[in-house]
Design a protein around this ligand. Structure first.
Ligand code: FAD
Length: 376
């Protein structure tokens, strides 16, 4: 029989969302246990391209509560990254050099120009239009099919794996009980109040549970006799190494994104595949990404293939994350379902969960994220 431990809050899942939540809660006087069945950040949070690109969420030119959530969250990195780097000694490769969205061919050019006009009016983030000469002056390596682009200086990139590594070090230094290799297998409850989280090593008594289990959160929701529809959405990625530096700016086309990294590699991706918990890389997936590389930047045809990988994004049918209290239960909070933008959304999510648990407060703007929308 296993042992019994006690915590004020137990967080299930040690990806970026669970770690950011633990980081925020650790600023209050709370005993926190973080359960991760494998290693911290081992799933989607280290597979990610690390792009902080809220404008993707206003692709039709319109803003939304989801866009506002991610825009606010993206700006939080400016204070967070230096503080975490100082406290952990981990460099996160935080690049504030902006993002370039490019149009290949006339049709895409007209479509992107329309988006630019709408963004100028609506989004409250700086953007500028680059004509064909300007776009090639900014990125001389781009191919001749690139006819223009939008440059957004406030979008960024970082290494999400390093970000989680830094959080892990800081959480341990702050006394958070971080348990890697420890899956949560269920809960003990009385009526609709959580009393403990079960693990193979014993239970952890707690009045507060946060579910941040990424693509596996839907499975965990069955502990409450329901299924919150958070499901996996596979993404595959590729890293190549050009002979000489060939790209300075993260460049996004309608078909994919390529990002120059501080170590001299260029990463590209990603696929969007509804294939359940199958996390393989496939010939088809990688071939699709490799085709984009030389089309956007011809010299990349001769780059060395370094690595391929994949990850499972936590996806919801309505495209919105699930952040908030589970109605009908006491002590159950969801923090998951961020899909393609869980890196950019993690700081705002951690903050929202802290406000819920520590201050008993819900921002009105977060109502749309509540799990209530999936509960009868
Ligand atoms: C290829 C790819 C590219 C991406 N690019 C970007 C990008 O550029 N920008 C961006 O913002 N987002 C991007 N994303 C999305 C982003 O990576 C995810 O939204 C984010 O990492 C989700 O974080 P998470 O903590 O919710 O999930 P995860 O990182 O998957 O973490 C969940 C953790 O929970 C653990 N777990 C599950 N069940 C249990 C259990 N029962 N007990 C204990 N632990 C459990 C898992 O082991 C896992 O470590 C990308 C994703 C992929 C796959």
């Amino acid at each position: 029989m296993g042992s019994t431990a006690v915590a004020d809050v137990v967080i299930v899942g040690g990806g970026i969302v669970g770690c950011m939540t633990a980081y925020e809660l650790s600023q209050a006087d709370l005993q926190i246990t973080l359960l991760e069945r494998g290693g911290l950040g081992q799933e989607a949070s280290s597979a990610s391209g690390g792009q902080l690109v809220p404008l993707h969420l206003a692709a039709d030119g319109e803003t939304s509560p989801l866009f506002e959530f991610h825009r606010g969250s993206t700006y939080l990195f400016d204070e967070l990254v230096p503080a975490l780097e100082d406290a952990s000694g981990v460099c996160m490769g935080y690049e504030r050099s902006g993002v370039l969205r490019v149009a290949e061919g006339e049709n895409e050019h007209d479509r992107l120009k329309q988006t630019f006009t709408a963004w100028q009016r609506n989004v409250g983030m700086p953007v500028s239009w680059l004509d064909v000469d300007e776009v090639h002056r900014l990125e001389p390596g781009l191919g001749p099919n690139v006819l223009g682009g939008i440059f957004s200086p406030d979008e960024r990139t970082l290494s999400s794996a390093r970000f989680v590594e830094a959080l892990g070090r800081i959480l341990r230094a702050r006394g958070v009980d971080v348990r890697e290799g420890t899956p949560a297998t269920g809960i003990r409850h009385h009526e609709q109040q959580v009393h403990a989280v079960e693990t193979p090593q014993g239970e952890i008594q707690t009045p507060e549970l946060v579910l941040a289990a990424g693509a596996w959160t839907g499975l965990c929701s069955q502990w409450f006799g329901l299924t919150v529809p958070i499901t996996p959405l596979r993404g595959q990625m590729v890293a190549v190494r050009p002979h000489t530096p060939i790209l300075g700016t993260t460049t996004v086309s309608y078909n994919g994104a390529i990002t120059p990294r501080p170590d001299g590699t260029v990463t590209a991706g990603s696929t969007t595949e509804d294939v359940g918990f199958d996390d393989r890389t496939t010939v088809d997936g990688i071939r699709g990404i490799l085709e984009i590389l030389p089309r956007l930047v011809p010299a990349l045809a001769d780059a060395t293939l370094v690595r391929t990988w994949s990850g499972l994004r936590p996806w919801t049918a309505d495209g919105l994350p699930v952040v908030g209290r589970l109605p009908g239960w006491t002590g159950v909070t969801f923090a998951s379902g961020h899909g393609k933008h869980g890196i950019s959304g993690a700081p705002a999510t951690g903050l929202a969960v802290r406000q819920l648990i520590v201050d008993g407060r819900v921002e009105a703007a977060h109502d749309v994220l509540s799990p209530a929308r999936f509960v009868e």
